[in-house]
Design a protein around this ligand. Structure first.
Ligand SMILES: Cc1cc2nc3c(=O)[nH]c(=O)nc-3n(C[C@H](O)[C@H](O)[C@H](O)COP(=O)(O)OP(=O)(O)OC[C@H]3O[C@@H](n4cnc5c(N)ncnc54)[C@H](O)[C@@H]3O)c2cc1C
Length: 389
């Protein structure tokens, strides 16, 4: 017969920790992964073994080595990532009823990863600089340097697309090129009256003046014809044709920043995606019908501008995943009406932040650089980075 006191004194079997899978360790996935290890076993799956941050393509293409120092951070440098199981690979399928994702690893192995909570943070492609192919840090750097060399040596460059990316490239390139080579020209073609759709009207007027002063030739009202199947994912040299009726334009090099973005969501079932393939989410950034699946960042149809990355959506997801696991209460995501942020990146005269109300704040260069490479990003945002080796 069992001694009842022995049964009473047996230590309780520890409850298994929930497993959270983060799909994509980019700007948002990384911030979330680093903050959930206290309540769950976290698995981060990403096509790159490094965080390749940011949307500001202009500074990346005029000064790649400076950009790499700040914005390409190998996973091994994140101290907190030691507590996360990382997989270098690509998610190719998911079963949201069985709670699993299928991963093709960089070395070719295939595994099925179970989850209690899935966070989809796989972003979107919007040109040759952003895609969902599996690659290493060397490839990221090689693509950037190659594009920078080609752009620097092309006398006439045409940038197609008046969103933040196109504007950033055109402006940075113009100031860089015009300062160095006589006879260079940079043209920005965009379909509306002013660049920066989605930004406050005051910000849009400011950018017209700024681009003009910096030497960019603006071509409003131009909508380029894109050949069938071409997604703007390489630079071209052929004459550009316009569906808006203007004569074709020939440049030595054409950079396509036509926006729209192709969401990296092909591994998800169609019923959780909108017509364009972005992941449907509710105000808690949860996928309707799947309370244990969240989506965030450029892949998430969170608001008309899909702006949950820059509007602190990652904080909401951290909080709401914790709530889903029984810790605290959930919170709603809210986005401002207009886009905001830095458009041109850090310049010699500082970094201009455009506000949702159209006002601009200039952050002095030394403060901007300290924010980007110093205490705030290293210690606060990323919870500790190891020095570069
Ligand atoms: C704090 C903060 C401030 C910001 N400020 C600005 C600003 O001032 N100006 C501005 O323009 N923007 C700003 N942004 C926004 C910004 O640059 C983009 O919106 C952001 O990079 C999008 O992040 P993401 O995580 O959605 O995608 P990404 O950073 O693109 O990450 C997606 C990751 O998923 C990987 N991936 C893709 N498919 C798969 C797959 N099938 N399997 C596994 N991995 C996959 C990709 O390789 C990539 O690593 C800011 C963002 C943040 C977080």
């Amino acid at each position: 017969m069992t001694d009842p006191s022995a049964v009473l004194s047996r230590p309780p079997t520890p409850k298994p920790r929930p497993r959270v899978v983060i799909a994509g360790l980019g700007d948002t996935g990384m911030l979330i992964a680093l903050r959930l290890t206290g309540v769950a076993d976290v698995v981060g799956i990403s096509t790159r073994p490094a965080l390749v941050s940011g949307q500001e393509l202009g500074t990346r293409l005029v000064d790649p080595s400076r950009w790499e120092r700040t914005y390409v951070v190998p996973h091994r440098r994140f101290r907190r990532l030691d507590r996360v199981a990382t997989i270098h690979g690509r998610i190719t399928a998911s079963d949201l009823d069985a709670n699993t994702v299928t991963v093709e690893h960089a070395d070719g192995a295939i595994t099925v990863e179970p989850y209690d909570v899935l966070v989809v943070a796989t972003g979107a492609s919007n040109g040759f600089w952003r895609h969902d192919r599996v690659e290493g840090v060397d490839e990221v750097e090689a693509v950037t340097s190659d594009a920078a060399v080609r752009l620097a040596s092309a006398p006439t460059v045409a940038v197609i697309g008046g969103g933040a990316t196109g504007v950033s490239v055109a402006d940075n390139l113009a100031r860089h090129k015009l300062a160095r080579a006589a006879g260079s020209s940079v043209h920005l073609f965009h379909s509306g009256d002013q660049p920066l759709p989605g930004y406050h009207p005051r910000a849009r007027s400011w950018i017209v003046d700024r681009l003009t002063a910096d030497g960019v030739t603006l071509h409003p009202g131009h909508r380029a014809v894109t050949p069938d199947g071409f997604r703007g994912d390489r630079m071209t040299t052929e004459p550009i044709e316009w569906s808006t009726g203007q004569p074709p334009f020939t440049a030595d090099l054409v950079l396509w920043a036509v926006g729209g973005g192709r969401p990296h969501s092909a591994f998800l079932p169609a019923d959780v995606l909108d017509e364009q393939g972005f992941v449907r989410v509710d105000a808690h950034l949860q996928v309707p019908g799947h309370p244990n699946v969240f989506a965030i960042g450029d892949v998430a149809a969170s608001d008309p501008h899909r702006s949950s990355a820059r509007n602190w959506g990652w904080r909401i997801v951290v909080r709401n995943v914790r709530a889903q696991l029984g810790h605290g209460r959930a919170k709603r995501f809210e986005a401002p009406e207009y886009r905001w942020g830095s458009v041109l990146g850090v310049q010699d005269d500082g970094m201009i932040l455009v506000q949702p109300n159209g006002k601009r704040t200039r952050v002095p260069k030394w403060i901007a650089e300290r924010l980007l490479v110093g205490a705030f990003v290293d210690r606060v945002l990323y919870r500790g980075l190891r020095p570069t080796t």
